[in-house]
Design a protein around this ligand. Structure first.
Ligand code: PBG
Length: 327
């Protein structure tokens, strides 16, 4: 030996029992939220091309897959509506129809099982013909306060149909406090707000937009409301504002390309932190795996662990079902 040393960290990696015991982060099904796409205009599950293994589910038989996922240990679901073109409009009025699919889905799931937590994404993009998350003026500018007013009203419909949490994903200013006031005035003070607080203007949302058909005609630029991927301080400002406005859970989105922001959120905000591993993060791993270049399950787990390690308590992930099967 050229020199003596006493520190041998490898001792703690000697066998699997030690390694498991000393794992600093673990993924449990209770940490995961599974996104579910629901459609009122199909009778059979429809595969989403750009997201292998993910389907649009018909409303009428939604209780069946939900039961299967509950049996796997998944208990929290974020519901996303696929709205048929004939119900879309310039202002997205369908979001205020109490019989719209997103509300019917909650009623259906909750009447089949009470052991689930339901989260309603709250934004106008599934409902608007142009695919923006808000109401636009004649020049295509997204109008903040008019949009917030609609979301505040829609949050009551979501709460009354059975959602436990509403998740505004629109990035309008002041929407968290407006939704909180609206829910409280409607006696829905137990409905929580999981705010998409640091939501970046990301190219990783592509497959999701295919899934809900929000940008069938042309690509869309959401940079006047979603955060610039280069900005850290601005992301922290958004997180702090949502905390002040009364959010119950703060979210960072996407997840893996923004681990630094997750870590900062954990450090700066004393609230649960959720991270959304978005569609493009899911599909890029799948794409490489389908070429035989990466191991799908190992990479899925490693990606979730990195998000946990950065400081997220809750992870919204399309891998939830697959991971639950492997746990
Ligand atoms: C809509 C919304 C989006 C996602 C969740 N809610 C897309 C967007 O902002 O364009 C993306 C989720 C994903 O990519 O998995 N407001």
């Amino acid at each position: 030996m050229p020199y003596e040393f006493i520190h041998r960290p490898r001792r703690l990696r000697e066998n699997v029992i030690l390694r498991d015991m000393l794992a600093e982060n673990k993924i449990a099904t209770t940490d995961l939220i599974f996104p579910v796409f629901v459609s009122g205009s199909i009778t059979k599950p429809e595969a989403i091309q750009s997201m292998p293994g993910i389907f649009r589910w018909p409303l009428d038989t939604l209780d069946q897959p939900i039961k299967k996922w509950i049996d796997l240990g998944l208990k929290s679901f974020a519901i996303f509506p696929c709205i048929s073109d004939c119900k879309k409009s310039e202002k997205g009025d369908e979001i205020l129809n109490p019989d719209s699919i997103i509300y019917l889905a909650a009623e259906k799931i909750k009447s089949a099982s009470n052991e689930v937590l339901l989260i309603s994404d709250l934004a106008l993009d599934p409902y608007t013909t142009h695919g923006h998350d808000g109401i636009i003026d004649n020049h295509g500018k997204v109008l903040n306060d008019q949009t917030v007013e609609v979301l505040a009203k829609a949050s009551i419909l979501a709460a009354e149909s059975g959602y436990d949490l509403v998740a505004p994903s629109d990035m309008m200013d002041g929407r968290v406090i407006a939704i909180r006031n609206s829910l409280d005035n409607a006696q829905c003070m137990h409905t929580g707000i999981m705010a998409y607080s640091a939501k970046f203007c990301s190219a990783y949302y592509g497959p999701f937009r295919d899934a809900i058909g929000s940008t069938r005609s042309k690509p869309i630029d959401k940079s006047s409301y979603q955060l610039n991927p280069s900005n850290t301080r601005e992301a922290v400002r958004e997180l702090l504002l949502d905390m002040q406005e009364g959010a119950d859970i703060l979210m960072v989105k996407p997840a893996e390309p923004y681990l630094d922001i997750i870590a900062l959120a954990r450090q700066e905000c004393n609230l649960p932190i959720a991270a959304y591993q978005v569609s493009g993060e899911y599909s890029r791993i799948w794409a490489a795996a389908s070429q035989g270049w990466l191991d799908l399950d190992a990479c899925a787990l490693e990606s979730l662990l990195s998000i946990k390690r950065a400081g997220a308590n809750i992870i919204i992930s399309y891998f939830a079902e697959r991971i639950a099967k492997s746990l």
